[in-house]
Structures are given as structure tokens and as C-alpha cells.
Design a protein. Structure first.
Length: 288
């Protein structure tokens, strides 16, 4: 309790330095939260597209049932297939009629004989789409393969880029935060040099002197983590209706509250680690 009282006095007597330390920590954990949300959203988007038919293979009219089953068996043997669905000519006609039910003229022009049967295929990993598409094209019974390779590749590339940028920014701001707290606590120690010397002469142990400064660093980090989490979560909740409308059909929202709580818990743990590291570096450097 004595250490906590001393820590609070240190913070209260230098509000500007404390505010600077908390602000840089808030910015650091705001970025951590934002990229955690981006990571969650991108994972859900990729999972959504991985669960959908990503390759559609249209059969020639001469393809027989045994040819279709042989191709299915060949694809399943690769271990890369998540789901295969066969769409017959009649089912294709039913889908066509549902999509064009408001235009009777189009309905009259199309019969089941005109539409090809097809396989709708999704892979376990989105990176496997190219090889599966190449395998299908080799079949002599395939008329056409629809595979939007550029869209899938762009989605994967952008997701990986965002994750790498996020990790880099978090690392940079974590280092900046450590530097700021080391500087702030170093200034505090320099200002209390005479007081510390008196405590040492009176028999205070080195750890008795160090603990208030270490607790001060932890306080700055935890306060910044909580504020960064509050701000980022509030922004996300505010823009959720707009993002839901923009990403219509992709089940990202609502984000479970357990995720927010897990994120807060993880950030507090990270904050304690950063606070201990930075304040300990400060006392090692300035308290000898």
C-alpha cells in the first residue's frame, strides 16, 4: 500500500509527464485494437469466401454420370476439397428461373437442355484454388471453368499486407512507448535524487526505492491500454451499421462481446509487460 501511495504522489505531482506517457500508450493500444479488429474481419471474410463455391466447372452435353463421378473422386483424392456440389440441368434451370422470375420473356427462351450441368467446388484453403482449377481444365468433359482468380488473389494479398503493416506498426509504437516511459520515469528519478539518497541512508533497500517507479510505468501502460480499447471499440460500434450495409451478405457483425473482453484482457497483459520492461529499464539506468 505504501508503494501505491508513493506511486500516486509521483503521478499527481507531474500531471503533464503522466499525460504524455498515457497518451502515447493510448495511441499504441488504439492501433493494437484496430488491427485486432481488422484481423478478425479479414479472417471472417476469407472464411466466408472459402465456404462458397469458388470454382464452377460446366460439363459438356456428352458428359455422362460416370464421367462426372470420376472427376469428383479425382478432386476429392487431392485432400484440398472442402465441398463439391453437383448441379444438374434441371437444377440449373430452377436457379435461372429464380434469378429471372421478374422477366417472363427470358424464362420462355431457356429450357433445361440449353443449360449445362456443373460442379460447384470450394477448397479447404483459398490458395489451393489455382491447382484445383488446373486439374478440372484437363478433363475432356469440361466445357468451361469459371474461377475469379484475380479477385481471390487480391483478397489474400490485401489481407496479408494489412496484417504485416499492423504487426510493424504495433512493434514500432511499442518501442516508442517504452522509450517515452523510460524518459518520463528517468526524469522523475532525477528530480527525486536527493530524496532517494536520504531514503538509502535511512536503510531503505534498492527494491523499496524501485517499486513505486515500476508501478508508475505499469499504471501508464494499463491506463493507455484501457483508453485505447475504449476509443477503438466505440468507433467500431459506431461504424458497424455502415460496415454491415457495405459488407452485405458477409457475416462479420455483430462481433461477440466475448471478443471485446478477450481483447481487453490481452491488451492489459501486454500493457503490464510493456510497463514493467520500460520502468525497469529506467530504474536500471538512473538508479545505481
Amino acid at each position: 500500500m505504501a508503494h501505491l501511495n508513493t506511486t500516486w504522489k509521483h503521478i499527481r505531482r507531474s500531471p503533464y509527464q503522466a499525460t504524455a506517457a498515457i497518451l502515447i500508450m493510448t495511441l499504441t493500444f488504439f492501433i493494437v485494437s484496430i488491427f485486432a479488429f481488422v484481423f478478425l474481419g479479414s479472417s471472417k471474410i476469407i472464411n466466408f469466401f472459402e465456404s462458397k463455391p469458388q470454382v464452377t466447372a460446366f460439363f459438356k452435353d456428352e458428359a455422362k454420370q460416370e464421367n462426372i463421378e470420376a472427376l469428383e473422386a479425382q478432386l476429392n483424392s487431392t485432400g484440398k476439397i472442402a465441398n463439391i456440389k453437383f448441379v444438374s440441368k434441371e437444377e440449373a434451370l430452377a436457379i435461372y428461373r429464380e434469378q429471372n422470375k421478374e422477366d417472363p420473356l427470358l424464362l420462355d427462351l431457356v429450357t433445361a437442355d440449353i443449360l449445362p450441368s456443373s460442379l460447384e467446388i470450394s477448397t479447404v484453403k483459398i490458395d489451393d484454388l489455382s491447382s484445383i482449377s488446373d486439374t478440372i481444365k484437363k478433363s475432356p468433359f469440361i466445357q468451361e471453368v469459371i474461377f475469379q482468380k484475380d479477385v481471390v488473389s487480391s483478397l489474400t494479398s490485401w489481407t496479408n499486407a494489412f496484417r504485416q503493416i499492423g504487426i510493424a506498426l504495433v512493434a514500432i509504437f511499442s518501442l516508442v512507448s517504452i522509450f517515452i516511459i523510460v524518459t518520463v520515469i528517468g526524469i522523475k528519478i532525477s528530480q527525486k535524487k536527493y530524496e532517494i539518497e536520504v531514503m538509502r541512508l535511512l536503510g531503505a533497500s534498492m527494491w523499496h526505492v524501485r517499486w513505486p517507479f515500476i508501478l508508475e510505468g505499469i499504471f501508464y501502460a494499463v491506463a493507455g491500454a484501457f483508453l485505447g480499447w475504449i476509443i477503438s471499440s466505440s468507433i467500431l460500434l459506431y461504424v458497424s451499421p455502415f460496415l454491415s450495409s457495405f459488407l452485405r451478405g458477409i457475416p462479420i457483425f455483430p462481433i461477440p462481446w466475448i471478443f471485446f473482453l478477450e481483447l481487453l484482457g490481452g491488451e492489459i497483459v501486454l500493457a503490464v509487460i510493456l510497463g514493467v520492461i520500460s520502468s525497469y529499464l529506467a530504474v536500471l539506468r538512473y538508479l545505481k
